[in-house]
Every structure is written in C-alpha cells, then in structure tokens.
Design a protein around this ligand. Structure first.
Ligand SMILES: *[C@@H]1O[C@H](CO)[C@@H](O)[C@H](O)[C@H]1NC(C)=O
Ligand SMILES: *[C@@H]1O[C@H](CO)[C@@H](O)[C@H](O)[C@H]1NC(C)=O
Ligand SMILES: *[C@@H]1O[C@H](CO)[C@@H](O)[C@H](O)[C@H]1NC(C)=O
Ligand SMILES: *[C@@H]1O[C@H](CO)[C@@H](O)[C@H](O)[C@H]1NC(C)=O
Length: 377
C-alpha cells in the first residue's frame, strides 16, 4: 500500500460531518462543498489568477467504495515492503499517470475502476495522480473509494506552465493540468522507466498490461495514429509560411494522435530532454501564434512522424461528440479496448442531464458516484 494515511481520512470525515450539520442552511445544492482551504482559512498556495478559481464552491460528489481486486496466479511478483520506493521501483509494477481535478473526478474514479476490473494483475498497477489544487482532499477521496489501491498523489505546480504561456494565448477554458503530461519525467521517481498516460474521460475494457507491453522501438511515445487527418488545420498560416518553423516536418510523415492515451518511455524522454523541447515550442507560440489549440500542438511538433503506432482499439476517441449540437457519436468499427469520451460531451454530465448518448450506457457501469448523493434531495 502506497498510502495509508488514516489520519487524513479521519480529519476529512470530521470536516464532512461538521459541514453536513451546517449544510441544510448553507448549501444551494447537495454537491456544493467548500474547499478545505476555505474551512480552515489556510493561506492560498497558489498565486491569484493562476488557473481557474474555485471560490464559488466546487462539486464534491461522494463515491461508493470499490471492491478489492486481487492478482491472478499468473501475475509477476511485486515485493510488498513498507518502503514506498520498493513498490514504485519494482520492475514488475505497471505505472499509470492521470490528472486529478474536481471537475473530472467522477470520470477519474470510473477510469481507475475500469482498469482494475479488467486487468489480471490489479495489485501490480500503481497510479500516479497529478493534482493542482486540494491535493489532500483528493488523496483522501481516492483512498476511501479504493482502499486497496497503490497510488501516489503529486502536486503539479501550475506556475510551471503559467510562466510559459501568456494568458492571452492560453485558451480561456484550458486547465494548466493539461500540460502535466509534459512534466511526468521530471516529477516521477527516476527509477520509473515507462508510464501510461491516460485522460480522465475514458474507460478501459481490456487488460491494461497488454498496452503496457507495447514495444516502442526507437520512439519515446506510442499512441494510436490517425494518418488521414490533414495536419494543416492544427497550425496557423504564420507557422506554415515561416520556413524556419515549418521545416520541422520536412522528411517526416506526421500523423495526428490523441495525447489522452500514450505509452511513454521515461528514460528516452529524460535523455532527449523532451520537456525542454516542448517548452521551446511554447516559447515560440508565446511570441507568434503558431497554433490555436493548447497542449496538443507542441506534442505534434515534437513527436509527429515519430510515434509508435498502437492499435486503434486502444483509443476509441471522440465519444463525447458535440453535446451542444446534440450529436452522438457511434463506436468506430473494430475491436475496443478503451473508450474515450473526448469532445465536448462527458457521459456523467449527460447522465445527470438525462440527455444520454447510446455509448454512455457503456460508461455507466463504472460510475462510482454514491446513489445516496443523488437522492439527497
Ligand atoms: C523484498 O524487498 C526487501 C527490501 O528491499 C528485500 O530485503 C527482500 O529480499 C525482497 N524480497 C524478495 C522476495 O525479493
Ligand atoms: C510570454 O509572453 C509574455 C507577454 O508577451 C511575457 O511577459 C512572458 O515573459 C513570455 N513568457 C515566456 C516564457 O516567453
Ligand atoms: C490540407 O488542407 C489544406 C488547407 O485546408 C489544403 O490546402 C491541402 O491541400 C490539404 N492537404 C491534403 C493532403 O488534403
Ligand atoms: C520565423 O520563426 C523564427 C523562429 O520563431 C523567427 O526567429 C523568425 O523571425 C520568423 N521569421 C519570420 C519571417 O517571421
């Protein structure tokens, strides 16, 4: 067990209980819980203006406890000592990195649940969560939902990213946590040689160990590629008209790939210092607008044409469709190992709004939201 922070759990329960007592008078909706920082009047850890502000009170859903998942007999042995580093550095451990954010929490819980449910060796999987805010609360929620999970929560300092992007260039709704995937090699233990990065709006319905075993060949990352996509649209005219910049793709056959599912070779990443290369592109973007999207284009610039193609079954993307226009996307043909609700619509929001798409019924069985929280009213 990586985390057995019982005292945190207890103190959170006390906070929740205390607040429940006040709740009827104060809460406008059953989900509105104040941030712990507000309850304790702790000094703000983050500078003003860095990322979204939560002062109006986020939604803190309650989750039911997931069952314990145990290793099958075929699983590689992972040494379980008290020393956290022994677990993390064990070469039979499978490392998964995800961000943790209040807005996507219900998605993250479902994603973790789906991974544990479908792998033969759940006890060998270690989750590395990156939170930008209220790390302790999120840690406690993960622990109470998955008491047997091996996980670690890291604080992702949004200032790392905010320093590099002028606010005028950053799309208004983009969260700096989106950039955490560029910093994994710096934040994770140096002994970690490989990690699977996953978005929070997906579920895995196959054994994640199969994805983990992907051979990356000479490349630092592997992901499903989409080569019929026209790359022109991902960069501005300013980019394509400047030969110094557009030369980047000379002699390459760049294909679009989604950065929400990636197998990443941390050793190669560190050796080649890809974080610095990505930051250089962010610096170029800061001076001349070369793309309109946020965190994806730097990955296309650095890795486009140098990605190990992974079977499309590992990213059935776009299931979010475009909720505003009421579009539902069907599954792509072919086998499915991972379903990804990329796009505007998220299954938990559509379920709450009773405007579900057919594919959302595939997500619903992994929803750990406490039903009592729904029937609170
Ligand atoms: C497990 O790790 C401990 C501490 O590092 C070591 O002493 C022990 O020999 C290991 N056990 C096995 C079976 O590898
Ligand atoms: C980005 O641009 C802003 C405004 O022009 C500038 O203040 C900031 O220093 C730049 N940051 C980097 C990392 O280039
Ligand atoms: C890609 O799109 C651009 C502009 O929209 C167009 O000029 C170009 O011909 C397209 N390329 C391919 C291969 O379709
Ligand atoms: C092209 O981009 C490079 C690198 O950002 C820059 O130094 C140069 O001034 C640009 N050239 C033109 C003509 O804008």
């Amino acid at each position: 067990m990586v985390h057995r922070s019982v005292s945190t759990i207890t103190s959170l329960s006390i906070i929740l209980l205390t607040f429940s007592a006040l709740a009827t008078a104060v809460r406008p909706s059953p989900f509105d819980f104040p941030a712990r920082a507000e309850l304790h009047s702790e000094p703000a850890l983050h500078s003003q203006g860095s990322g979204p502000q939560y002062s109006s009170g986020p939604e803190w859903p309650e989750f039911r406890e997931a069952p314990a998942f145990r290793n099958g007999k075929q699983c590689a042995f992972v040494n379980r000592t008290e020393n956290e580093l022994d677990h993390i550095c064990d070469r039979n451990s499978v490392h998964i990195a995800m961000t943790l954010d209040v807005k996507y929490l219900r998605g993250s819980m479902a994603a973790v649940f789906s991974i544990l449910k479908h792998t033969a060796c759940p006890e060998n999987v270690i989750f590395h969560f990156f939170a930008a805010d209220r790390d302790e609360q999120l840690r406690s929620l993960i622990f109470s939902t998955f008491p047997f999970l091996r996980f670690k929560v890291y604080h992702f300092d949004e200032a790392l990213v905010n320093l590099r992007i002028s606010p005028s260039v950053r799309p208004a709704l983009e969260h700096p946590l989106n950039y955490a995937r560029s910093y994994l090699a710096d934040i994770l233990e140096p002994c970690i040689q490989r990690v699977i990065y996953l978005d929070s709006d997906l579920i895995v319905v196959d054994d994640i160990v199969k994805l983990w075993g992907t051979r990356l060949g000479p490349y630092a990352i592997g992901a499903p590629e989409y080569c019929h996509t026209n790359m022109t649209k991902y960069f501005t005219n300013a980019f394509w008209q400047n030969r110094t910049l557009s030369r980047t793709f000379d002699g390459k056959k760049p294909c679009y790939f989604n950065t929400g599912v990636m197998v990443m070779d941390m050793t190669k990443w560190r050796t080649e210092n890809y974080r610095a290369v990505i930051e250089q592109w962010m610096g170029v973007q800061n001076r001349t607008r070369i793309y309109d999207l946020g965190s994806l284009p730097p990955f296309l610039l650095v890795f486009g044409g140098s990605v190990e193609p992974i079977d499309h079954r590992w990213n059935q993307h776009g299931l979010g469709g475009d909720n505003l226009e009421g579009k539902c996307r069907p599954l792509h043909p072919g086998p499915v190992s991972l379903l990804h609700w990329s796009g505007k619509g998220k299954p938990w929001i559509r379920i709450d709004q009773r405007k579900t798409c057919p594919v959302d019924s595939l997500w619903a069985p992994y929803d750990l939201l406490q039903p009592s929280a729904l029937s609170y009213q």
